[in-house]
Design a protein around this ligand. Structure first.
Ligand SMILES: Cc1ncc(COP(=O)(O)O)c(C=O)c1O
Length: 436
């Protein structure tokens, strides 16, 4: 474990120079900076997370430095919110410039940043309009409200009777409505009563989805690739069949691209891999450039046009600071360099990870620089592996007990990927030996 007394610590100078030194008195003293920071969090911050014992104090590109000066290769990228790298120079320059101009007026007034941002994002998505919000969960909530309103105002479903189809093992956020259609008992238990109106079908099963649609179905809400579930890629015919079904039955297809979108999978949107264009995109995370929370619902006028003044809103939604940052993110995406990087380096990452199948790894899934790796549970848990990797200077996070997610900032290099996978192979070998 990283912070147990008397064990060795790993100090990373750069990718090729990894120095391991025994802890002496001065390093023990330094480790108290970590312990003190964690103790303060434990005492005053609600215990709704179980973080790795790493206390970040600065970051740049794909690297995070902790309070003791140790460097870690970030292979999580804040769950894809830092796709373009920590403190991306273009994005921080836009943020600094906007901080010196105006940051917040609320939607009571216009700002000179909102229109250009919405125009650029709508163009990137091939849609007419944007509803800007803040967190990902807010974008999902807003998308659901828009779909219900579209159902009554446009489709003619009796008010209060619309239903929305979702996928099993989905993850769309943490609000009461969203957890109402989650299968994760830890996320749900004790938070009822739940919001009705949702039908859940197995992810990837187009026939089950077709059976669940009736005349009151207003939308299908899906992650094109399920992220929190373990980077689950659906069968190739799934999303095209959902698209065709939604068109045929006059149902909105809503793609939650909050984690999968904005270059993560090697394309602008994960849906692009199957040439599918949903009716509604839900975006978040990387849209705020890793600087501010910025999310959006993006759709055509016949959908988003159902909202009128007073029916929906957010004090911070579309604020000038976030809009300036979002415009820069869209400009970066329009150039396509990060999509290409993720596609090329993703193949390399997947090839290297697949070589570990049979050596403690059971399966590797994903697209681009996004990989879900199932660990053989007989050698240890995902949490144990992520702790060992942190000790070796690589930050990943476990999900569902025995799956690790690799989702580095897209600025990572091939050499850094090789180094991270080498550390992973060594950590697996170490874990196998410890359990043998
Ligand atoms: C697919 C998906 N949708 C929605 C969310 C919620 O985003 P936020 O945490 O910003 O509310 C997440 C977060 O992980 C996500 O992965």
């Amino acid at each position: 474990m990283l912070h147990a007394g008397g064990v060795s610590v790993t100090i990373l100078d750069d990718v090729t120079t990894v120095r391991t030194s025994a802890r002496d008195d001065s390093s023990r003293e330094r480790s108290s900076a970590t312990d003190a920071a964690i103790a303060l969090d434990d005492r005053y911050a609600a215990h709704n997370y179980s973080p790795l014992p790493v206390v970040a104090s600065s970051a740049e590109g794909a690297w995070i430095t902790d309070v003791e000066g140790r460097r870690y290769l970030d292979c999580l990228a804040a769950y894809s919110a830092v796709n373009f790298g920590h403190r991306n120079a273009e994005i921080t320059a836009a943020a600094h410039a906007q901080l010196d101009a105006v940051t917040l007026v609320s939607r009571a007034f216009h700002s000179n940043r909102l229109g250009p941002f919405c125009e650029a994002l709508a163009a990137l998505c091939g849609k007419d309009m944007v509803l800007p919000m803040n967190s990902g969960a807010e974008a999902v909530e807003s998308g659901l409200k828009v779909a219900r309103k579209w159902g009554t105002d446009v489709k003619g479903v009796p008010a209060g009777e619309g239903n929305i189809i979702v996928a099993r093992n989905n993850f769309h956020g943490r609000t009461t409505t969203i957890i109402s259609f989650s299968d994760d008992e830890t996320a749900r238990r004790g938070f009822g009563p739940y919001t009705p109106g949702f039908r859940s079908v197995p992810f990837g099963d187009a026939d089950a989805l077709a059976d669940a649609v009736d005349e009151n179905t207003v939308a299908v809400l899906l992650e094109p690739i399920q992220g929190e579930a373990g980077i689950i890629v659906p069968p190739d015919d799934f999303l095209p069949r959902v698209r065709a079904l939604c068109t045929e039955r006059n149902v909105l297809m809503i793609a939650d691209e909050i984690q999968s979108g904005l270059a993560r999978t090697g394309r602008t949107f994960a849906c692009d891999h199957w040439n599918v264009e949903p009716d509604v995109y839900l975006l978040g995370k990387a849209l705020g450039g890793g600087v501010v929370p910025l999310s959006a619902v993006v759709a055509d006028r016949d959908v988003l046009g159902v909202l009128h003044p007073g029916e929906h809103g957010s004090t911070f939604g579309g604020n000038p600071l976030a809009a300036a940052i979002g415009s820069t993110v869209v400009a970066i995406l329009a150039r396509g360099e990060f999509q290409s990087r993720s596609a090329e380096l993703g193949e390399h990452l997947h090839r290297r990870l697949r070589d570990l199948i049979g050596h403690g790894v059971l399966a590797v899934r994903g697209l681009g620089l996004w990989a879900g790796v199932d660990i053989d549970p007989s050698i240890g848990s995902g949490k144990q592996l992520s702790l060992r990797l942190a000790d070796r200077g690589v930050l990943v996070k476990d999900t569902h007990g025995s799956t690790l997610r690799f989702a580095p900032p897209l600025v990572i290099t091939a050499e850094e990927i090789d180094w991270a996978v080498d550390q992973f192979a060594d950590a697996l070998a170490e874990t196998r030996t410890a359990t043998a």
